[in-house]
Design a protein around this ligand. Structure first.
Ligand code: HEC
Length: 225
């Protein structure tokens, strides 16, 4: 079985997190609970590139958390680079892009003895690495998101207006609209599709209208970027 970084690494990471909070430079393990275990041998291509449903959403959710805690400080929030490090949204979603991704995430990068990017081998499990990869390659084009801000706001408000007593059919109408708008955004990586907070909100809404406030908050997050 693939040895997940856990028992030994966790207490150390916890302490580091307490000590530094923001701006912490130590790579952290990522909790991949909810994702299936991958075979011990490292895949050469993203095993979740064509995933669907729960698995896809789980991979993007966990990958997003992993990205924010380990990569965003250099590669930018939402993977939109501010110039410190390459913009990962353009890394091609194919076997060549994956090979490059794996090389960098496992080994990091040193230049003239200075660590420009830390290695994550032994810290992130294979599941965490591919979840991060799935998150990166499904990012939408941020400019297109900005252009549709008013449509996104209108849909966010429709989620907010859903009564707690809304029927499954009423919820489905809004979820369907969210999916439809979400599917108009193209990834910059050439991946099969984007997963934006719109589709994530739709997925969440379908699990129960009581999640509407959280779904609306997800969509609002998209407007702040
Ligand atoms: C301390 C800053 C830093 C952190 C943290 C960091 N990186 Fe990097 N990363 C860099 C720099 C700088 C480069 C450019 C290195 C080079 O010239 O190839 C890079 C390059 C890469 C590349 C190659 C991109 C390309 O277009 O050539 C990938 C893939 C990558 N990083 C993924 C990640 C992932 C995934 C994480 C989080 C798990 C991460 N990086 C965390 C600084 C960082």
């Amino acid at each position: 079985m693939f040895r997940k970084p856990g028992s030994l690494a966790a207490p150390l990471i916890f302490v580091a997190g307490m000590a530094f909070a923001h701006g912490d430079t130590a790579p952290r393990a990522v909790d991949t609970t909810g994702l299936p275990d991958l075979p011990e041998e490292m895949a050469t291509e993203n095993p979740w590139r064509n995933a669907e449903g729960d698995l896809l959403f789980k991979a993007v959710e966990i990958g997003g958390k992993g990205f924010n805690s380990n990569c965003a400080r250099c590669h930018g929030l939402e993977a939109i680079s501010g110039g410190l490090a390459p913009d990962l949204r353009f890394l091609e979603a194919n076997d060549m892009g994956d090979e490059w991704f794996l090389d960098r995430i496992q080994n990091g990068y040193e230049q003239n003895g200075a660590v420009k990017m830390p290695p994550f081998k032994g810290i992130l499990s294979q599941e965490a690495m591919w979840a991060i990869r799935t998150y990166i390659e499904t990012r939408p084009d941020a400019d297109a998101v900005t252009e549709r801000a008013s449509d996104i706001t209108a849909l966010r408000d429709r989620i907010k207006e859903l009564p707690a007593t809304a029927s499954t059919d009423e919820v489905e109408v809004v979820a369907g609209e969210l999916d439809k708008l979400g599917s108009t955004f193209e990834p910059l990586s050439g991946a099969p599709r984007t997963i934006t907070p719109l589709q994530q909100a739709a997925h969440l809404l379908r699990t129960g209208v009581s999640h509407a406030p959280m779904a609306a908050e997800m969509v609002s997050g998209m407007l702040r970027n």
